[in-house]
Every structure is written in C-alpha cells, then in structure tokens.
Design a binder for this molecule. Structure first.
Ligand code: SF4
Length: 520
C-alpha cells in the first residue's frame, strides 16, 4: 500500500499511520482509517468481555448493518443478511463446544472448519415469488416452489452412468462403500425423489427424445417409478425410429427390483420389513423395493456404535475372554461417526451417554454367565416365505433358552416402559418363533434390554403369541406379494418419524405434490 513505508507490515499499522496523517492519503481516507482504528480498539476491548456471538451482534448494531438488514432494499442485501444470520448460528453453536466462548478461540476454530471443507458463510438460496429459479437437484429442501420442472429427465442423465474409479480401494479398506452401479442408481433415485418434493402443487418431468445424439433419449426410469406407470410418449423427429422401436420388448415394470411373485416364488422377509410394512406400506416400498438410501440420523449413529461395542464384548466373553470396560468403550469410540448431529454439543452429549450406558452394561454383565450365541443369524421357511433375522444374544438358563434383544434408545429408569415394550413387541414374538423353528425349542423367555437405562422387559412366549405372529407374517407377506403399496401411515407421528417424509408426496406432514410427466 502506498505510504506504508516498508513491506511486510501489519495492515492495522498501515491504517494507524494513515489515521495519524503520516502518509499522503486523502482527507476521506484519513477519516475512514481513523474510524476503522477506533472500531478495532473498541472491539479488541469488548472481545475479552463478550461471547463471540454477543460481540458480533454488537458490531451489527453499532455499524447500523442490523438496521439495514431489517429492511433490505435489494436482493443482494437480503442475501447478505441471510449469510450473516447463518454465520451467527454457527458462532453460537461453536460457542457451546469451545472451552472458552471468546472470539480469540473462535477464529482458529473457524479456520479448522474451513480446512475441513466446511463453508460456514454460504447461505442456502431463498425462493422468490417473482423469478424463475434455476437450480441443481443436489441441494433441495421440501415444498419450496408452487411448480417445479425437472428438465432433461432422460435415463441417460438421471440416473446416467456411474463414474467408477479406474483404481479402486479394496472394499475392506474403504471408509465409505465404494460406488457401484446399484448404489449410483439408488442415490440418483433419492435425488429425483427429493426434487419432486420441492413442488408445493405441481411437478413436471420434462424430457426430449432428440438431444442431437445418434440414439434417441429415453425418459428417466424414475418417471415410471414415481407415477406407478410408464409415461406416455409423444412423437418427435424420430418418428420412423420410434415406429421400428414398437417391435422391441416391452419395458420392464417400474418396480423392477421386486419382481412380481407367484404363490410358489419365495419372498424373503425380516422383522424390519414387517415392521416397516405395518407402519406404512409406502414406507416399505421406498425402503425395501426402491431401496432409497437415507442419511444417517444421530439415533442411528448412536445405536450402531453401541451395538458394535456390545457385540464385540459379548463375542469375547463367549470365547472365554474377560473384556474390560476400557475394551468395551474403545470399540464404541472406534465405531463412532460424527454424522448427523445438530451441533458439537449435541454430539458430545450423545457420546457421553453412550459411554455411561456401556459402564452400566459392564456392571450388569459381571453377574451374568457368558452367552451361548451372539449376533446369530437365522432363516426359516413359513410356507413359501423365507423369514430371516439375527438374535443379538441367546443365553442358556437352567430352565431353557433366553433370547435377548438390545435397544440403544433412552428409556426412563424405573418407568416400567421396558416391560410394556416387551409385552407389545412383535420382534420378541418373531424371534421366539424363529428359535422354535430353527432349534425345535421354544425359548422360556424373550427379553428387551434398554442399554441407556439398563432396564429389561421380559415375556414368556406362549402358543397363542407364537401363533399370532405366524399369522401376521403370512398376512403381511401376502399383501407384499400382491404389491399393495398404497400409503397407510398409522398417524401423523408415523410420517414425522419416517425417514422419507421429506420426499414422500403422501406424507401427512406435507401438502401433496402431484407428479406429472411431460414429454417434449
Ligand atoms: S411419509 Fe408417511 S405416507 Fe410417506 S412413506 Fe412415510 S409414513 Fe408413508
């Protein structure tokens, strides 16, 4: 900078020199530099007294920026205000995680976030009623616009081709699953469904037959899946070609991953599948037929890490080892994934809850003999339905076999909820039936063990309860075989807890969005 005298000088020193009239800067520049130096001195003093968020807020107020954001006079200012609001939220949540919530600690934290690839200041776009928004499908929220067009919805584009690496890491070494064709299609399907849910009223798939390539383009397979039928196709410049195409084999059904099943075909079904179908038939279709992936939730991360630790502990105990609490918690730490948590404080609270749950589990285990079976898979036939699953634990008690299923979820200690949950548990009844079918021995007890509270609920399977679950499995399998996938959520709560509620056009939590196909 002119007048700075030497290179490599802190910018603040330069402004102080300008402010002190030691340079040839204009009066205007001197006044601006003076204001800046006074502000810096003021905020340096306040930074020691205020939290980072309070300091930032004071800056917004003193600089009159807040006033401007209150009544933005342009889209640019509105966007700036949103960015600042997002930044303030980040400052606030970081403050809860930092040892000392002051700006001098926050700034290095922000640098770390940047280095980790986070972009803390970029706000999501906002919708506008007065303009057409052109967006990619990758960053969608629900119900953003009255009308949405998904253009170029061809099979060549959505799902398109998976780009597979020429040199792949061995699966065992990869931190995340190596992409393959099936995963690529599943992910593209999820994106297409998310795009649909942007529409408040009407959604259009738009595609052309001729994009100037040698071959005509086909409508995206997701159109047929969303509509439940293949879209009608209009004639285009390739009329002759299309005439010839009439002789090709008819396209496969939209639900190709689940072929139509005859009475003699085997349907494989698990407790999860039955439970999902009982909650809502459409949820079953999303998860088990279309296999639309979902992002991990904090409950999933927490539950998986707890289960992994308990499984490792029980296996070692079964094999005659005496694993310590430190061993148990080390597996939990290694299995922990910092994904999906609201903020660092939330993650740390859940992590601590997991460590406490394992401490309680370790205490309880001292009095128990080693398990007979750990994470044992089972499979048996019920008519032409194959029922599969896995027992977390089977013990051999004096009076017979005891099947135990671990639940990670929180349960109030002493509330008796564990016993109520066990009394109502379809899973326990199914696992008792499985034990009877696989080993010819009905368990004397089936137990739900809530890891967070340590509470257990126990039921003795009876002829009636096992008969009832057998009938329920067969009835559910029959409806799945007949492809009865119409949405039938039990209640609003079912939709609220459904991992697909943001993309589901039938969700009770959203207004319905209609899907319409257009060929152009
Ligand atoms: S959001 Fe509701 S209606 Fe849609 S799949 Fe889920 S439970 Fe069923």
């Amino acid at each position: 900078m002119e007048g700075s005298g030497r290179r490599q000088k802190p910018l603040r020193d330069v402004f102080e020199e300008i402010s002190a009239g030691k340079t040839a800067a204009s009066d205007e520049a001197v006044a601006a530099a003076t204001r800046l130096c006074q502000d810096l001195a003021h905020y340096a003093g306040r930074a020691a007294e205020l939290t980072t968020a309070a300091l930032l807020y004071e800056f917004l107020e003193r600089s009159k920026l807040l006033e401007r954001y209150l009544d933005p006079d342009s889209a640019l200012v509105e966007e700036q205000a949103r960015n600042v609001a997002k930044f303030l939220r980040l400052v606030q949540s970081a403050g809860r995680a930092l040892a000392t919530d002051r700006a001098s600690f926050f700034v290095p934290h922000l640098e770390l976030l940047r280095e980790a690839g986070d972009d803390p200041v970029a706000a999501d776009f906002e919708t506008s009623r007065d303009q057409v928004n052109v967006l990619s499908i990758h960053k969608a929220k629900g119900l953003e616009f009255p009308v949405v067009f998904l253009v170029h919805a061809t099979d060549e584009r959505i799902p398109g081709q998976a780009r597979l690496d020429a040199f792949r890491l061995p699966d065992a070494l990869a931190r995340v699953p190596v992409p393959d064709r099936d995963r690529h299609i599943a992910e593209e399907r999820r994106l297409a469904y998310v795009a649909i849910t942007r529409a408040q009223n009407t959604f259009y798939f738009a595609n052309a037959i001729d994009y100037g390539f040698q071959r005509p383009s086909r409508p995206s397979r997701f159109i047929g899946e969303a509509l439940g039928r293949e879209p009608s196709r209009m004639s285009g410049p390739l009329r002759v070609f299309e005439e010839l195409q009439r002789f090709q084999r008819p396209p496969a059904d939209a639900d190709a991953p689940l072929p139509a099943l005859g009475a003699d075909d085997v349907l494989t079904i698990s407790y999860d599948a039955i439970d999902d179908y009982q909650r809502c038939a459409l949820l079953y279709r999303f998860k088990h037929v279309l296999q639309i992936p979902v992002l991990p939730t904090p409950q999933m991360t927490y539950g998986l890490a707890l289960h992994e630790a308990v499984r490792d502990y029980l296996r070692r105990k079964r094999d005659g080892e005496k694993p310590t609490l430190a061993d148990l918690q080390a597996v939990f730490r290694a299995a922990w994934l910092a994904e999906g948590f609201i903020n660092p404080a939330h993650e740390s609270e859940r992590f601590q809850a997991g460590l406490d749950a394992l401490r309680r589990f370790h205490e309880q285990e001292r009095a128990l003999p080693p398990p007979e079976l750990v994470e044992q898979r089972f499979s048996f036939m019920l008519g032409s339905d194959r029922v599969v699953g896995r027992w977390d634990r089977v013990d051999r008690a004096d009076d017979g076999a005891v099947v135990v299923d671990y639940k990670a979820g929180a349960d109030e200690e002493g509330s008796g909820r564990a016993q109520r949950a066990a009394n109502e548990s379809l899973q326990l009844r199914l696992y008792a039936l499985a034990h009877e079918r696989v080993y010819g021995e009905r368990p004397v007890r089936t137990v739900l063990h809530f890891l967070e509270s340590g509470e257990r609920g126990s039921v003795a399977p009876s002829e009636d309860s096992i008969g009832a679950v057998r009938a329920l499995v067969s009835a559910t399998a029959g409806r799945i075989r007949s492809r009865d996938f119409l949405p039938n959520p039990k209640s609003l709560r079912t939709c609220q807890q459904c991992p697909y509620h943001q993309i589901c056009p039938s969700s009770l939590t959203a207004r319905s969005a209609t899907a319409t196909a257009v060929a152009g």
